[in-house]
Design a protein around this ligand. Sequence first.
Ligand SMILES: [Zn+2]
Length: 256
Amino acid sequence: MNCQQAKPLIDAYDDGELDAAGILELEKHIHDCPGCALAWRNAQTLKKSLKQDSLFFTAPTELRRAIKAELRSQIETKSRWSFFNWNWLTAATTSFATVCLALLLTLTLTRPSAEQRLTQEIVSSNIRSLMADHMLDVVSTDQHTVKPWFNGKLDFSPPVKDLSAQEFPLIGGRLDYIGGRSVAALIFHRNKHVINLFIWPVNEKDSKPTVVGSIQGYNVIHWSEANMTFWAVSDLNEKELMEFVQDFAAGETLKP
Ligand SMILES: [Zn+2]
């Protein structure tokens, strides 16, 4: 036996895995060969070292338990995949619903109210009447001419009043279209200012004149009386427009 044959057998010899003939041959070689004798002693030393307590130890119970728990949770995670999917779906749906609700709320809160929309429409109509050459369909300072002019053009008879004594002379009338229906518009003057008074029938209780607001530089005052709604709009200042409204409300209605 030479060194090349002996070296691979040293570990097996050390572990007691060689047959009797092999043991005899190897022992003979180790006895005669200092190199292989050293290799055998090293193998023995290493084997002894590995068996020492400082290098070999049993895993603590806690570590064992932690590793087992971790393995179990890995297995359970896989089996719960569909469950987590469902949870995710629920969360997504809830988030989506919340976003929708917030959006709806924003739209509802920022959407103009019916009155705001009507006021805007009235102001727009007032502006149109001033811009276009369509302020008057019937030009007359005589309420006896203006009143019958609406006959047959509207399904109601608007109260027409002469306020020239109060320095709000009537200058004429016009058909207009507000809130999806035909309405009467009476036009009055105060100095160089134009007052548009929109009138149409409503089914609502009487209400006192209220300043609805100022839009695009036009003041709007609204009131209801005897199942008619009135919207006065003008670039006249609020105080004088209110005077006009009170004078109109107090004025005598021309009997048909
Ligand atoms: Zn040797």
